[in-house]
Design a protein around this ligand. Structure first.
Ligand code: SRM
Ligand code: SF4
Length: 554
């Protein structure tokens, strides 16, 4: 049976197998001056190094008319476990975005940085500089474990520090061991006498991407149920007892293919803190050995679990994990959004969560966010923390320096909470056009203007302060986790969206399809009625997602 599967395995499996531990012919392609691109197979391997080959989709037609190849450029993703960066690291990213990127930074839904628009010849100096600043791009993409998420705001308790430490440990542990990355980007000499080894991943790595997150109830700002593997901290009498283990979450689907679907993670038990790494390794190895290597659309861990069954997983686990999986412990999540404004941490330092529209750090007319954060980083105090909702926390600020931060934000007109509706503060959009090759419709560039119009409806109905999560993606891959939005939009075609309603406000229930292929006018007409009814018949503290379920609207 497995013999046959090897013969039928997907093209990507062959590419990984023959890549000499992720080297392929990337080095040769980078040096080819005749094209801005690299070879197709190498572009797949490049993902493991943290970069996607893209082209500017806005310029597609024009370039074709001019008989030029597409304007090839590269996106780089930078890995920071738990999203915590120093001011010095921020300044490096800020400068690189201007020097080699498109002058902006994207804070992603997994607490990473993305830079867009890097030309082939600039990839190496960019990656090198990132590494010199003690950050890395390795394994931010590709069939490996990705950036490990963790609640970045330590205001609640000491537990945050402990959990963050574990997230870092897990993130480091699951990085690939190949030396290809260091040779290609950091000029390390290849040591032929010390052959590469991937004790965990082996030569073909994982069947598909793998995502791990940690959350500390009651906050679910990492969307724990959207991950292949989630750890929910269980705190008793102020002490970290351990973690509930949740497996098989994922958001992606393909239109017209019912065998693909978003899936919430399933809790399978509880482990002590020192069992996190061993249980994670066992689970990753199960996915390595049983994940589908024939059909990439069925290769995520969620399908492995649904294919073999949760009971099978629980039986397989003890064969690879010596520790004890106890019964899942009760926990309560309240929200998957961020809490904005200043809060004081247990060490007396201050943390300011700032809304960053769709995670894009840029200067725009009347709103100089990029400059403001650079000025804050130049003060050299505290740290800068990326949240899983594409926002930024200006963290660890001593009491005496708080006013300095406020002055900079004011000077550069950075929007403050009071100017925004609860809906906008709960909004997220994926990148989509012009860089994402998979986008069917606009997302990041469109959602703000749609929200301007929805804001009017909210004001008409006195709902401007209600916290409602709204998320948009330009295709059904779900990068902004739109399946977990109380109001979700997924792009179908330019200017057309499917509308989904009814996810819970805390990220533990998926939404459902409400209408298909809506234009903006149709979206606003639907929302005008829904919001009017919600204002009239919604219960005082009832979340919009719960309301549409109670009223059987979906
Ligand atoms: Fe994603 C592919 C952007 C978080 C599910 N994602 C992509 C690519 C690389 C497009 C591509 O393959 O060519 C997008 C790059 C666009 C660009 O121009 O930058 C892209 N994904 C993003 C980011 C930047 C969205 C954002 O606006 O913040 C997020 C980067 C996270 C990070 O720092 O690592 C991002 N992607 C997610 C998430 C959310 C999460 O992980 O919590 C998901 C849903 C969860 C999941 O994995 O199930 C997600 N991205 C996908 C998928 C669908 C995977 C699937 O199982 O079907 C793809 C397509 C694929 O893998 O084939 C994809
Ligand atoms: Fe691109 Fe689709 Fe992800 Fe949006 S959801 S970034 S359109 S892959």
């Amino acid at each position: 049976m497995r013999e046959n599967l090897v013969e039928k395995r997907s093209k990507e499996e062959g590419i990984k197998d023959n890549s000499d531990y992720l080297r392929g012919t990337i080095a040769k392609g980078l040096g080819d001056p005749l094209t801005g691109a690299i070879a197709e197979d190498d572009a797949k391997l490049l993902k493991f190094h943290g970069s996607y080959q893209q082209h500017d989709r806005d310029l597609e037609k024009e370039r074709r008319q001019q008989k030029l190849e597409p304007l090839y450029q590269f996106m780089l993703r930078v890995r920071i476990a738990g999203g915590v960066t120093t001011p010095e690291q921020w300044l490096v990213m800020d400068e690189l975005a201007d020097r080699y990127g498109n002058g902006t930074l994207k804070l992603t839904t997994r607490q990473s940085f993305q830079m867009h628009g890097i030309l082939k010849g600039n990839l190496k100096p960019t990656i090198k500089t990132i590494n010199e600043a003690l950050m890395t791009t390795i394994a931010t993409c590709g069939d490996v474990n990705r950036n490990v998420m963790c609640n970045p705001n330590p205001y609640q308790s000491k537990i945050h520090g402990q959990v963050y430490g574990l997230a870092q440990e897990v993130s480091d542990y699951f990085q690939p061991k190949t030396k290809a990355y260091y040779e290609l980007w950091l000029d390390h000499k290849r040591e032929i006498e010390v052959p590469d080894q991937e004790p965990l991943y082996k030569k073909t790595y994982l069947p598909r991407k793998f995502k791990i997150a940690f959350c500390i109830p009651p906050h679910n700002d990492v969307d724990i149920y959207a991950n292949d593997l989630g750890f929910v901290a269980i705190v008793e009498e102020g002490r970290l007892r351990g973690f509930n283990v949740i497996v098989g979450g994922g958001m992606g689907m393909t239109f017209g293919d019912d065998s693909t679907y978003p899936r919430l993670g399933t809790p399978i038990g509880f482990v002590a803190p020192d069992q996190v790494l061993p249980v994670a390794e066992a689970i990753v190895s199960i996915q390595r050995d049983f994940g589908n290597r024939v059909n990439r659309r069925q290769a995520r861990f969620k399908y492995t679990i649904d294919n073999y069954g949760v009971d099978w997983l629980k039986n397989e686990l003890p064969q690879r994990f010596d520790g004890k999986l106890e019964d899942t412990k009760p926990f309560r999540l309240t929200t998957n959004g961020d809490q904005y404004g200043w809060v004081r941490g247990i060490d007396g330092h201050w943390f300011h969560t700032l809304f960053v529209e769709n995670g894009r750090i840029k200067d725009a007319e009347g709103h100089f966010l990029k400059t403001a954060i650079r000025k804050i980083a130049e003060l050299g105090i505290g740290d800068l923390r990326l949240t899983g909702n594409q926002n930024l926390i200006i963290g660890s600020i001593p009491e005496n320096d708080k006013s300095k931060i406020e002055e900079v934000l004011k000077e550069y007109h950075v929007h403050e909470k009071k100017h925004m509706t609860g809906l906008r503060l709960g909004s997220m959009a994926c990148v989509a056009l012009n860089t994402c090759g998979l986008a069917f419709a606009e997302s990041e560039r469109y959602l703000p203007s749609l929200l301007d119009k929805i804001d009017v409806l909210l004001q008409e109905n006195g709902l401007e302060d209600r916290a409602i999560n709204i998320r948009m993606t330009g295709c059904p891959n779900g990068c902004a986790r739109s399946a977990l939005a109380e109001i979700g939009f997924i792009g179908r075609a330019p200017g057309r969206y499917n509308m989904y309603l009814g996810a819970s406000h805390n990220g533990d229930r998926l939404n459902r399809l409400y209408r298909e292929m809506l234009s903006e006018e149709e979206i606003l007409a639907e929302l005008a009625q829904l919001l009017k009814d919600y204002a009239k018949t919604g219960l005082p503290s009832e979340h919009f997602g719960d309301y549409v379920i109670r009223m059987k609207i979906v």
